[in-house]
Design a protein around this ligand. Structure first.
Ligand SMILES: NC(=O)C1=CN([C@@H]2O[C@H](COP(=O)(O)OP(=O)(O)OC[C@H]3O[C@@H](n4cnc5c(N)ncnc54)[C@H](OP(=O)(O)O)[C@@H]3O)[C@@H](O)[C@H]2O)C=CC1
Ligand SMILES: O=C(CO)COP(=O)(O)O
Length: 320
């Protein structure tokens, strides 16, 4: 099967390297010829420097590659996914479309697989998610991910295609649970970064992670996820990674805020828009999600970290 990777950022490039290393027929499709040339000439992507491309990896900006492919990995940020799919819907029809992004679309408050189904109705939507930094995947370090698609047979095809000797893909039919786990953990990771940056300590981080995980499960269940999916790689697994590593952009965004510094606005930090989406979903479904709400309030400048801490600590005491 032919694979095309849409979105020549850090994650798309890492997946393309890993699959080319495993002898898959894979093409990385950059947004512009200039971006493709930069990658080809340097034999590495400046967005993933230090990770050389294997010779077998094809790089181009030719969207005809989507028509020629059987499977397209969508490694564009979630808020850009709808535009990308709408712009290329005819080339993408009839394909396996595997979202590799972690977020909730602000327009419809739905995850990537719903956005795919809406924009390219005759495709097979799937999501690849779970604890994995682009650098780890590109360097062939052991990684385990979840591949979720609503039909088991399609899941098996994709599981076999995307697994390599180092990258172990587990299958699920719970697309909603898998995509919500990956999206929501970014919000909690920003909160964990704020706590650490603000000098609140590891115990505070653990409290935020645990209470935040409860909010992830609560919202996901209301939206139709299976609770056990949140306990797996795409939920708990990715939460643990992202809340504890300075390789995470979401965690580092929080760290900067907690330290009173300006976060790097050029980085892809999915948790900011996801926090906004979560607040809208909480209102719609009448849910109390205090950790996600204060993260959104801090990111949008409505609360300072100190005010957010006071708000959380002064909530009424309750049973766990
Ligand atoms: N980096 C990581 O370690 C991991 C990332 N992810 C997820 O992967 C997704 C992408 O993140 P990541 O690769 O790191 O982000 P990057 O910022 O490194 O890359 C995003 C890429 O998407 C491209 N892009 C944006 N809009 C379009 C479009 N309309 N058409 C084509 N390309 C487009 C950008 O191109 P341009 O520069 O021209 O705008 C850029 O190359 C996120 O959802 C993230 O959560 C998941 C696991 C790990
Ligand atoms: O999703 C990731 C790890 O699984 C990457 O996290 P960041 O987007 O925060 O860098």
């Amino acid at each position: 099967m032919k694979i095309a990777v849409a979105g020549a950022g850090a994650f798309g490039t890492a997946l393309a390297i890993s699959l080319a290393d495993a002898d898959r027929d894979v093409t990385l499709v950059a947004r512009s010829q200039a971006a493709a040339d930069t990658i080809k000439i340097g034999q590495e992507n400046p967005k993933l420097s230090g990770c050389p491309l294997p010779n077998s990896l094809k790089v181009c900006s030719d969207i005809a590659r989507y028509e020629a492919a059987d499977v397209i990995l969508l490694a564009v940020p979630t808020q850009k996914l709808r535009t990308f799919l709408s712009d290329h819907s005819s080339a993408l029809s009839g394909k396996y479309l595997v979202a590799c992004c972690k977020g909730i679309g602000l327009k419809t408050l739905t995850g990537p697989t719903s956005i795919i189904a809406e924009c390219v109705p005759d495709s097979t939507p799937a999501i690849l998610t779970g604890p994995s930094f682009a650098f780890d995947i590109a360097r062939g370090l052991p990684t385990a991910l979840t591949l979720a698609t609503s039909k088991g047979q399609d899941g098996e095809v994709l599981q076999n295609l995307l697994s390599t000797r180092a990258l172990r893909v587990y299958r699920s039919e719970d697309t909603i649970g898998a995509e919500l786990g990956g999206a929501l953990k970014n919000v909690i990771a920003i909160g964990a970064g704020i706590a650490i940056g603000n000098g609140l300590g590891d115990s505070a981080r653990s409290a935020l992670m645990t209470r935040g995980f409860g909010e992830m499960r609560q919202l996901a269940e209301v939206l139709g996820a299976k609770p056990e999916t949140l306990n797996g790689l795409s939920g708990f697994g990715d939460l643990a990674l992202t809340c504890t590593s300075e390789l995470s952009r979401n965690f580092c965004h929080g760290l900067a805020i907690g330290r009173g510094q300006d976060p790097d606005a050029k980085k892809t930090v999915e948790g900011i828009s996801t926090a906004q989406a979560v607040v809208s979903l909480a209102t719609k479904h009448d849910l109390d999600l205090p950790v996600c709400s204060v993260v959104d309030a801090i990111c949008s400048g409505k609360l300072t970290p100190k005010e957010a801490l006071t708000a959380l600590l002064s909530r009424p005491l309750k049973e766990e």
